[in-house]
Ligand binder design. Structure first.
Ligand code: ATP
Ligand code: MG
Length: 139
């Protein structure tokens, strides 16, 4: 049913629950799973060598988040791809959706943010508002 599923992870508990469910859905549907994490953009005014060092640190952290997600996902016969992008997470998610013909987005209801009183985080809110395909929010 879903041929190209996108999972977005930020290391939060909700996103790791989303990872487990996305793995199950990809196995059930026989589709491909693409896993995305975005790190905060590093301002270019930092200059070298600081810029490269900060990017390397953030990339390393992003790789740890992806590793944790892949543990939750398990084997996906249809195949898994990963993306590490910098900048606005919701914007990155929506760009990947367009580029890869994503037909389902799976993400957490909330993420790493502090304000737990709101039902949705700002990124999940933006994605649900603008996505051209179904969005599954996991808690
Ligand atoms: P806020 O960021 O608005 O303070 P929050 O952190 O609780 O609130 P969101 O950031 O909207 O909530 O997180 C909801 C979901 O969005 C996460 O569970 C994750 O699936 C996805 N997400 C958030 N940030 C990223 C990111 N940097 N990269 C990939 N996915 C992300
Ligand atoms: Mg957040």
């Amino acid at each position: 049913m879903f041929e190209n599923i996108l999972l977005a992870v930020d290391g939060s508990d909700h996103s790791m629950k989303a990872a487990k469910l996305a793995g199950d859905l990809a196995r059930l549907s026989g589709g491909k799973l693409r896993v995305l994490t975005a790190y905060e953009e590093v301002p270019s005014y930092l200059g070298e060598p600081n810029l490269s060092q900060v990017i390397a640190k953030r990339t390393e952290k992003a790789e740890e988040i992806l590793d944790e997600a892949f543990e939750q996902i398990g084997d996906v016969p249809g195949g898994c791809e990963q993306e590490i992008l910098s900048g606005d997470p919701a914007g990155s998610i929506l760009r990947v959706v367009d580029t890869f013909n994503i037909d389902l987005i799976v993400m957490g209801t909330r993420g790493q943010g502090d304000i737990k009183s709101l039902l949705l985080g700002s990124q999940s809110h933006k994605v649900v508002s603008a996505a051209p395909c179904p969005v599954m929010l996991v808690r």
